[in-house]
Design a protein around this ligand. Structure first.
Ligand code: ZN
Ligand code: ZN
Length: 114
């Protein structure tokens, strides 16, 4: 059998907000739960940044907005999470040696198996 490039199964990941840079895309996230004093309030300016990144008329956009307002569950790009201090260190471990990878490249790296 000739080795043909079969397209990898494309897993559609929902677009999400990032609670650090307020971007909106489908790059891998670390979901971080915050409680009590660790909860970081969102500023007007940050909300404005988010609004300019997102079409709030889409269901994804609307969901991301309500999720953004809930500050106790944060979706963070793994590189953003690492930059602000990853609570469990997983973003440092996952990205060790592959700090340049983002989005699909990082997903491919994470899912290629041990
Ligand atoms: Zn981010
Ligand atoms: Zn993290």
């Amino acid at each position: 059998m000739s080795k043909q490039e079969t397209p990898a199964t494309v897993e559609v990941r929902p677009k999400r907000e990032c609670d650090v840079c307020f971007g909106f895309d489908d790059a891998p996230r670390h979901v971080v739960a915050l409680t009590g004093e660790d909860v970081i309030k969102i500023t007007e300016e940050q909300m404005e940044t988010f609004r300019s990144n997102v079409d709030l008329n889409t269901s994804e956009g609307a969901r991301a907005l309500s999720s953004l307002i809930d500050r106790t569950t944060q979706y963070r790009h793994m590189d953003c999470c690492a930059s602000v201090g990853c609570p469990d260190g997983s973003c440092y471990r996952v990205r060790a040696g592959v700090e340049h990878l983002r989005n699909d490249e990082l997903v491919a790296h994470l899912t290629k198996g041990a």
